[in-house]
Structure formats: structure tokens, C-alpha cells
Design a protein around this ligand. Structure first.
Ligand SMILES: Nc1ncnc2c1ncn2[C@@H]1O[C@H](COP(=O)(O)OP(=O)(O)OP(=O)(O)O)[C@@H](O)[C@H]1O
Ligand SMILES: [Mg+2]
Length: 478
């Protein structure tokens, strides 16, 4: 026991009345003097701890009653003034200088007891500690209930923890499921998008095919008709030559007859004169050469048209890659579309010296036709001009063709859309909006070239094609 207080020469005994009150008090209480000797040990104390007052008073065995060995109690610490040890206990909230403690004592009672101690100093008139009083309450029931409550609480917490864990697991599974569903959903949407895109492409390709097919059939028909007309025109033309020379001979013969007429019998001469007048021979002699010349011109024109038709459709070449003179193709195309252009614009040609290029002539013709017809359509009330120019590129492996007009021009907002399939401003006027799209595909994909457009609204438009002399080898991946 640290720093025990020096024993008083004689401990002061509490008075009798206090002693009786003490003894009868229902709370187990004992008191010690400044020498740690028990001065009081009441009945409740005897009852709770099973130690008789006679065995305890006058001894310092208070520790034995609780711990089965000598050990300082809270009251001993107060008497000894052991501040360090006291600090480890709770100060009483109501009694100044008093301390409280609670502990389990397995040796007390059948199954042990929980006791709550309150120890307070006893002071003399000068305030000097002369002893201490310590009371104890049996709090076993409360502690048992508290323990049960704690266990129930622990159980509940464990259950909650378990449930929380299960819930978190279920949640994680659900989240994974949602994530998978979202991914599947996104993939489905992506597939759908691709499918829609593919569908749109398919529809465009189908329309382009229909259009190309239509153009090819028209080309074939034109080529067939041209071929059929070509033969009769051939022999009409050659017969015409013979006819002209025969007529010359006949007129010479007629001259000879007319001269011989003077020596004929008068009735024969009169009959011949009447006949000459009836058929107006002089007029015939004047008119027949005119008719022959005009007819020959007509036949020559038909021959040209037939030749242009054949050139334009090029079925003789049957879509084969050949080295061709662009100017021949452009000329025949201009003749073919002459009717479309004639009443709207004059066609001006500025051909440069360009080499032949490797191409599909019918496709070049198709391109020029689309551009020239568009230019003609762009003309307003006033007659305009369509200029077709060609030249060698700055790059010697290229040539260019330009189709320019002084028509309506293209609105800037439309400029980026004119090559899109089905874009047309000629709705209701028979425009399909595929002309420039097909042109673009032929130039860029088939011929390996480029197409540019320059346009000023209200002033005119120019389409410029840059074409390589030799078509680049096709990319097998394309
Ligand atoms: N030279 C031009 N001047 C003004 N606008 C033009 C010219 N060329 C094309 N365009 C515009 O571009 C649009 C698309 O042309 P595209 O040739 O593709 O179709 P389209 O001429 O309308 O129909 P089609 O399929 O019968 O050719 C035209 O409708 C027109 O508005
Ligand atoms: Mg067009």
C-alpha cells in the first residue's frame, strides 16, 4: 500500500447512534480508520459477503472478503491518498472526494456477483482524512441484463453485417447483370445502327444499279438502233453518190435531146414543148441539184448522229479499258445532248493538246453528259454559255476536263450535298439526284481521279475533273 498514513496513537470510535444506523442500513457498507483497520461492517455486508462483523472489525482483512487475498480496496486508496491509483477510477458525481468502481467477484455467492462500489473519505473537523467508508450495490442483474443486451446487440450486428454482406453480394451481382445488359443493349443498338446504315447503303446502291442499268439499257438500245440504221444509211449514202452522177448524165442527155428538138417534125416538137412546160423542166433542172444537195446533207447528218450514238454507247468496246481520245468522246456526247442544250446555251470548246488516257469511254461520256445536262438545266430565261475545256495537268501523268457554265450557280449551303445520292433541287422536274453521285463514283472510284466544284450563286458553276493517264491498280481491300 503506497504511503500509508501514520497510525494515530488512538483511533476515534464513531458514536453509538451512528453505529446503529450503519448496522441497519440496507446497503452493504463498511468503514475503515486511517490505519486501514475495519471499524464498521454492517449486516447487509455480512449478508452479501458471508463474512461476520466479529471476524472483520478490528482487522484489515477487507480485501480477503472480496478477492480471497489481501488487496487494497477503494477505501484503502482514499485513506492512503494514492492519487495515481485513484485516477484509474471514476470520480463520484455527487460526493466530493468519493470514487466509484465496478467489478465481478467470482468468489461471492454461487455464480459470483457484480458489485458497484462507492468509497468516500471520512474527515475530522479540520478536514483531515481519518478514515473511509465504502458501500457496495449488487448490480449483477443489471450487468447480466446488460450482457444479454450486448450479446443480442452483437448478434443483431452480426446478423445485420451478414445481411449487409449478402445484400452487397446480391447488389454486385445485380450491378454486373445491369452492366452486362447495358453492354448487350449498347451492342444491339450499335448493330441496329450498322444494319440501318447498311440498309441505307443497300438502298442507295440498288438505286444506283437501277439507274446504271437503265442507262446501260438505253445505251444498248441506242447502240442497237444505231447499228441497224448504219447499214441502210451506208447504202443510201453510196447509192446517193451514184444517183447524183446518173442524174448528171441524164441532164446531159436531156440537153442533147433539147438540141435535137429543133430538127424534129413540128407536131413532135409541139408535143415535146407542151410536155416540157407541163412538168416545168427548167424548174426541175434548177431544183433537183438543190434537193440532191440538201438530201445528201441530211444523210451525212444522220450518219454523224448514228456514229455519235455508237461512240457514246461504245457497245462495240463492250466496257473494256482502252486508250481513248477524250475529245472524240466529248464531241459525240455533246452531239447526243445537243437537243437538251440547243435552246438554252451555246457550247464553247477549248480543247488543249492532251494525250489519250486509259479509260472506259462510255463512262467518260456518261460523266460529261451529266455535267453538260446539269449546266443546261442551270440556265435561266437568258441564253447562256457552256464551256468545255481540256488540258494537261501540272502533273504530266494527269489531264483535266472542265465543264463550266454561267447559269444559276449553287447555294453555299447545298455545295457540300450535291454529290450525295438523291440530293436534287429539281423535285417535280424529273431530277433523281443521282447524276452527280454516279459521276463522283465513276471519277473517283472507277477512273482513280478527282472531281472539284467551284460555284458562285447567280454567276455560274465549274466542275473540274482531274484524271490520271493510267488508272491506278485497284486496291483489293476496297
Ligand atoms: N451546273 C450546275 N449549276 C447549278 N446547280 C447544279 C449544277 N450541277 C448540279 N447542280 C445542283 O446539284 C443537284 C444535284 O445534281 P444531280 O445531277 O446529282 O441531280 P439532278 O440533276 O437534280 O437529277 P438527275 O439525277 O436527273 O441528274 C441539282 O439538283 C442542282 O441543284
Ligand atoms: Mg443531273
Amino acid at each position: 500500500m503506497p504511503n500509508p498514513a501514520p497510525p494515530l496513537p488512538e483511533a476515534k470510535a464513531p458514536d453509538i447512534a451512528l453505529s446503529e444506523f450503519f448496522d441497519g442500513h440496507p446497503v452493504a457498507t463498511f468503514a475503515i480508520d486511517r490505519a486501514h483497520v475495519i471499524t464498521h461492517w454492517n449486516k447487509a455486508c455480512e449478508h452479501l459477503l458471508g463474512w461476520a462483523r466479529s471476524d472483520m472489525v478490528g482487522t484489515s482483512n477487507q480485501g480477503l472478503a472480496f478477492y480471497a487475498r489481501k488487496r487494497p480496496m477503494l477505501s484503502d486508496l482514499i485513506v492512503a491518498g494514492d492519487a495515481d491509483a485513484l485516477e484509474r477510477h471514476r470520480r463520484s458525481a455527487v460526493i466530493p472526494g468519493a470514487y466509484e468502481a465496478e467489478d465481478f467477484f467470482p468468489n461471492i455467492g454461487a455464480g459470483g456477483h457484480w458489485l458497484h462500489f462507492t468509497a468516500a473519505p471520512l474527515r475530522d473537523v479540520d478536514g483531515v482524512v481519518v478514515g473511509a467508508i465504502e458501500s457496495m450495490r449488487d448490480v449483477t442483474e443489471r450487468r447480466v441484463a446488460e450482457n444479454a443486451l450486448r450479446r443480442a446487440h452483437d448478434n443483431l450486428e452480426h446478423l445485420v453485417e451478414k445481411r449487409t454482406f449478402e445484400l452487397a453480394e446480391a447488389n454486385a451481382l445485380l450491378e454486373e447483370d445491369i452492366r452486362r445488359r447495358r453492354a448487350a443493349d449498347a451492342e444491339l443498338r450499335q448493330r441496329n445502327l450498322e444494319l440501318t446504315e447498311l440498309n441505307a447503303k443497300l438502298s442507295v446502291t440498288q438505286q444506283q444499279l437501277v439507274q446504271s442499268d437503265k442507262l446501260a439499257s438505253i445505251g444498248q438500245l441506242a447502240a442497237g438502233v444505231a447499228h441497224e440504221i448504219n447499214n441502210p444509211i451506208g447504202y443510201i449514202f453510196s447509192n446517193f453518190g451514184s444517183l447524183q452522177s446518173y442524174l448528171g448524165q441524164l441532164f446531159t442527155m436531156l440537153d442533147a435531146y433539147q438540141k435535137a428538138e429543133a430538127g424534129a417534125a413540128p407536131e413532135v416538137a409541139a408535143e415535146l414543148g407542151a410536155m416540157r412546160e407541163a412538168i416545168d423542166l427548167d424548174f426541175l433542172r434548177q431544183d433537183i441539184p438543190n434537193l440532191m444537195r440538201e438530201s445528201k446533207e441530211g444523210i451525212v447528218r444522220v450518219r454523224h448522229i448514228v456514229q455519235d450514238l455508237k461512240d457514246f454507247s461504245r457497245t462495240d468496246g463492250n466496257q473494256e479499258w482502252v486508250w481513248a481520245n477524250l475529245h472524240t468522246g466529248i464531241d459525240s456526247t455533246l452531239n447526243i445532248v445537243a437537243n437538251e442544250v440547243r435552246y438554252k446555251a451555246d457550247v464553247v470548246k477549248h480543247y488543249g493538246a492532251i494525250p489519250e488516257i486509259e479509260c472506259l469511254p462510255s463512262q467518260i461520256n456518261q460523266v460529261v453528259m451529266n455535267l453538260v445536262v446539269n449546266a443546261a438545266h442551270a440556265m435561266g430565261e437568258q441564253r447562256g454559255a457552256i464551256t468545255v475545256s481540256t488540258g494537261g495537268g501540272a502533273d504530266p501523268s494527269e489531264v483535266w476536263i472542265e465543264v463550266a457554265d454561267n447559269g444559276s450557280g449553287i447555294a453555299p449551303a447545298n455545295l457540300s450535298r450535291i454529290f450525295d445520292p438523291f440530293f436534287t433541287t429539281k423535285l417535280g422536274f424529273g431530277g433523281s439526284g443521282l447524276g452527280l453521285n454516279i459521276t463522283y463514283n465513276i471519277v473517283t472510284q472507277l477512273l482513280g481521279g478527282q472531281i472539284r466544284v467551284e460555284s458562285v450563286l447567280g454567276k455560274g458553276t465549274a466542275f473540274i475533273l482531274d484524271l490520271p493517264l493510267v488508272v491506278p491498280a485497284a486496291d483489293p481491300a476496297a
